[in-house]
Design a protein around this ligand. Structure first.
Ligand code: LLP
Length: 406
């Protein structure tokens, strides 16, 4: 199985109506490649069952390409940002501040001021110290309390954010105390938000979370703070092996059935964009050491960090219609780290200069990339129908030194 819009025709892999091999003739590898049709379909899956006062705030950390953000603005999405940088970038893409929420455990005073000046939909407050910093601004921006729901998401510990001893959010007890301590005249508390974690496969957990937030919202309302929205975060899983489809529209329907009088807010990242994107790389060479055979490719952990950081397994295929017999390979990058590996035991046929596709790289690929080993960040290409366009140029060596002076 492959993500939607990726199909082999006469042994050539097409994205929508473009042969990826044709793109490699013009764009040097490695590069990220995205499908506009897939992005549009994910937006539609989230938006189709929402009401006009509900908001889908795409989580910008998954991928912050300006053109992609603009596409999401056009589709009516809002944005979940976690830094002044992300906030400025979505504004540059044309986002309406009234559709932006700002999350994160350590917002600086400058970031809080920027958000308050813009009068964004909600600053998601994660601690008592942050609430104090907001009160000190004397602006009374719309705020929500981010609750740590103390829930487990059956996911990698590094992307688990909803357990009691995680750094994110505040306990229900602390939220109630703060709501008691400060009056409606002192704080403009209008929502509650929580994020269970990432790669959530069991959508019943969202209903459990919703019930928690509804219970807390009525207690907070009784203290004189009218709550207008509940934000159940992001985190819906995708299947990196492409066996299961976690349908956002089913999730939205389920939550909408139960949400009652509140507006619904969601903050999806991965489920919007992961399967719409891939990383295209070339085999530099084949070697054997000890018991292992290696395909050494020109993409590395600096381009897609997930396998090294979380042991994540991304499906990889050869798109160069290789005639060789399948071998069992470890697929590794050129970076000087043993962890620079896309995984072992890939059964794949390949020869030098073949092109490989690494799937599910639309989310947390480019946005987590780095210049480690002074490698240059790859280009990003968007396919739409029979066309493709460069939505980010590949970095040049000059780009990497322009802020340094001798
Ligand atoms: N909202 C909040 C408050 C979050 O912390 C996150 C992700 C999201 C929304 C979006 O979650 P998503 O729908 O994308 O699962 N680098 C990791 C993922 C880290 C996610 C951190 N927070 C990875 O590559 O798996």
């Amino acid at each position: 199985m492959r993500p939607d819009n990726f199909t082999f025709k006469e042994r050539k892999l097409f994205l929508e109506d473009v042969s990826i091999e044709e793109i490699t003739k013009e764009i040097p590898t490695p590069f990220y490649l995205y499908s506009k049709a897939s992005l549009d379909a994910s937006c539609e899956a989230y938006m189709s069952n929402m009401d006009s006062s509900d908001l889908v705030c795409y989580s910008v950390k998954a991928n912050n390409n300006l053109n992609i953000l603009r596409n999401f603005v056009d589709k009516g999405l809002g944005f979940d940002v976690v830094s002044g940088g992300e906030l400025q970038k979505v504004l540059k893409a044309g986002a309406n501040p009234k559709k932006i929420v700002f999350s994160g455990v350590g917002k600086t005073s400058a970031e809080l001021k920027l958000a308050a000046d813009l009068d964004i939909y909600s600053i998601n407050v994660e601690s008592a110290f942050e609430l104090k910093n907001i009160i000190d601004l004397n602006k009374s921006p719309r705020i929500s309390f981010r609750i740590n729901p103390d829930m487990e998401g059956d996911t990698h510990p590094y992307i688990e954010t909803g357990k009691a001893d995680c750094k994110f959010g505040m306990s229900e007890e602390e939220a109630l105390l703060l709501a008691k301590q400060f009056s409606k005249e002192q704080i403009n508390l209008v929502g509650l938000t929580a994020h269970i974690g990432s790669q959530i496969t069991d959508t019943e957990l969202y209903l459990e979370l919703l019930a928690k937030l509804q219970g807390l919202a009525s207690k907070i309302e009784a203290l004189g703070h009218p709550i207008d929205h509940l934000d159940v975060g992001g985190g819906l899983a995708i299947d990196y092996e492409m066996q299961t489809n976690f349908d956002p529209s089913e999730l939205v329907k389920k939550i909408k059935n139960k949400i009652g009088k509140y507006d619904l807010l969601l903050e999806p990242g991965r489920s919007v964009i992961a399967q719409a994107g891939v990383l295209i790389t070339k085999v530099i060479g084949i070697k054997e050491n000890g018991q292992r055979k290696f395909l050494v490719v020109d993409a590395g952990m600096n381009d897609l960090m997930r396998p090294s950081l979380y042991n994540a397994r991304h499906k990889i295929e050869n798109i160069s219609s290789s005639e060789n017999e399948d071998g069992i390979f470890s697929i590794v990058g050129p970076v000087c780290e043993t962890a620079d590996s896309f995984g072992d035991d890939f059964s794949i046929s390949a020869k030098e200069a073949d092109h490989l596709v690494i799937y599910s790289a639309g989310a947390y690929g480019s946005s987590m990339s780095s210049n480690y080993n002074l490698r240059l960040k790859p280009a990003e290409i968007l396919v739409s129908g029979t066309n493709f366009s460069e939505i980010r140029k590949a970095e040049s060596f000059e780009d990497t030194i322009q802020l340094e002076d001798i």
